[in-house]
Ligand binder design. Structure first.
Ligand code: NAG
Ligand code: NAG
Ligand code: NAG
Ligand code: NAG
Length: 503
């Protein structure tokens, strides 16, 4: 499990100057010019990386079964870096916390804390495996403060958009429904189209040049066919003691798997996270609440993934009921809420004066002026790709469209944005092409400010929900491509900064 590197002590002294007198290299990162960070690893600068992996089917479960000999689709790569003086040299060691046997745990195999009801249930097993991996990776920071705020990992999330309506696997707005036939409505090549991927793990190792590197990759295609197989890959790399981890992503769709999603998420460290109705583990040791937070992230898109690639800078997810109450795991009344800025310049605005049903009811300007969508002289139509209301909402104003009822464990609401001058105030992309290929940047997004002014549905006369976000993700959703497409990007320096402390 240990990977070791001997470096001349003088070099190690420079690299590890923050802790040259101790034998441990726990790093403390501080940023002078900012508020308190909500994540355990501000700016992704901690040498001892924490990264998790999860794969979801169309409704965010495992589904019928795990992939052959892969175990449950949850994995992690977590380690601490330690250093020891050896004469004139400094020895650096990576101490891994998760074994390959842990990563391969699958239904039928017991691990500490596993409940009997989950042992042979692939969905429950995956949820509990995430908690177990979280316990191995957990960093018990702030042990002196009350309450303690332990955190676990960044989460790589992979999702297969195939839906076999005859499988009976996905509920409709949270309600269990029998298998049905709906040819052409959802992609599926037939039996087994909702399968879980083959996953290969390259555990992080340290090379002689002082670089740490590891990754996850794999495919949905179980039988090795020549050419044209779906592919995903996330590789992380960092020089010891220097800067941020850089996560390089690659995602390839094919005819059999035309709808795939790959994100890097900062999820809640406990409770529910965006789109996930089980207890979760993650990186957000404090949950950010609108309007009081910002997100800093560096993004370099190298390959867009074609016209259907809805690349999100950034996607935020939460959950509250239509009466404004917080979610409690009751999938019939919980509603997942997402807002997503799509930066692919090939994404059109479906919201328009003649398509009011694809627009939110109103837009609120930074100076708090409310502009209704029927105010054709003022409403910024081209700032919205698509709005859809929760399928279980009783009082949506006509015309409206409701969101796909099957792709989340509960009903969902989506507010999808496009680059537009109206977002300038929040540091978001203001014109097509911003943040896209050839425009790598470090963004400081006033996600809290913007999300405090978005329209989200609520039943009339109910107290507005507190907008507390449990998932912040960057990545792409290649939404039913008609040909094989490849998206490639790197992400680094991810941080969530609380701009006014609430506790
Ligand atoms: C360091 O070495 C590794 C493995 O040989 C290589 O993949 C990586 O690109 C190198 N990095 C630098 C910065 O030289
Ligand atoms: C994943 O990467 C490994 C090398 O680390 C490679 O051998 C394997 O073929 C890759 N998997 C796929 C599906 O391409
Ligand atoms: C608010 O901003 C809009 C443009 O975004 C402007 O037309 C309007 O006059 C402003 N209203 C106030 C009260 O400042
Ligand atoms: C515009 O929409 C608002 C809210 O739905 C409504 O109150 C108002 O009457 C509408 N105005 C026109 C001119 O249709």
């Amino acid at each position: 499990m240990g990977a070791q590197l001997l470096v001349p002590f003088a070099v190690a002294y420079v690299v590890l100057c923050c802790c040259c007198c101790s034998s441990s290299t726990e790093e403390v990162t501080t940023k002078e010019d900012s508020g308190v960070s909500a994540v355990g690893d501000p700016g992704m600068e901690r040498d001892g990386l924490r990264v998790g992996f999860e794969a979801w089917n169309f409704c965010n479960e495992v589904g019928k079964e795990e992939a052959p000999s892969m175990g449950s689709p949850r994995a992690a790569d977590c380690f601490d870096l330690s250093s020891q003086r050896k004469g004139a040299e400094e020895e650096l060691t990576l101490n891994h916390k998760v074994t390959e046997a842990d990563n391969k745990l699958g239904v039928g195999k017991v691990f500490p804390g596993l409940s009997p009801k989950a042992l042979n249930n692939p969905d429950l097993y995956a949820a509990e495996k995430e908690l177990y991996l979280g316990s191995l990776c957990e960093v018990a920071e702030d042990t002196t403060t009350t309450p303690k705020k332990p955190w676990q990992f960044w989460m790589i999330m992979l999702k297969n958009g195939n839906f076999d309506t005859k499988s009976g696997l996905c509920p409709e707005n949270g309600k269990k429904v029998p298998p049905f036939s709906s040819p052409g409505r959802f992609p599926c090549f037939g039996d087994g189209c909702m399968n879980q991927p083959l996953l290969h793990h390259q555990p992080t190792s340290l090379s002689t040049n002082g670089t740490m590197k590891g990754g996850f990759n794999g495919t949905y295609d179980h039988l090795a066919t020549s050419g044209g197989i779906s592919y995903f890959e996330v590789i992380w790399e960092k020089k010891v003691g220097v800067g941020s981890w850089v996560f390089s992503h690659k995602l390839k769709t094919t005819k059999l798997y035309p709808w795939l999603m790959l994100y890097l998420r900062a999820d809640a460290t406990k409770g529910l996270s965006g789109g996930y109705h089980y207890d979760t583990r993650g990186m957000l040791k404090t949950l950010p609440e609108s309007p009081n937070f910002k997100v800093r992230v560096r993004l370099d898109v190298k390959n867009g993934g074609g016209p259907k690639s809805q690349f999100y800078l950034i996607d935020i997810g939460s959950c509250w009921k239509n009466n404004g109450a917080p979610c409690d795991g009751d999938v019939l009344t919980d509603v997942t809420r997402y807002s997503e800025m799509i930066i692919n310049p090939q994404t059109p605005a479906w919201c328009s004066p003649s398509g009011l049903g694809n627009c939110p009811l109103f837009h609120i300007t930074p100076n708090n002026t409310k502009i209704y969508r029927n105010d054709t002289a003022h409403f910024p139509y081209s700032a919205y790709h698509y709005y859809c209301g929760p399928g279980n909402a009783q009082y949506l104003e006509k015309p409206y469209s409701t969101c796909d009822p099957y792709s989340n464990p509960q009903a969902q609401e989506l507010v999808q944005l496009l680059p537009h001058p109206i977002w300038a105030e929040y540091g978001y992309p203001t014109k097509q092409g911003d943040g896209w290929i050839g425009d790598a940047r470090t963004w400081e997004l006033d996600v809290g400010g913007l999300s405090s002014r978005l329209y989200f549905y609520q039943d009339p006369g109910t107290t507005p929900a507190r907008r507390i976000w449990t998932s912040l993700d960057v990545g792409t959703e290649i939404f039913v491509s008609d040909k094989d497409e490849v998206a490639e990007w790197t992400l680094s320096e991810f941080d969530v900064i609380l701009t006014s402390q609430t506790t």
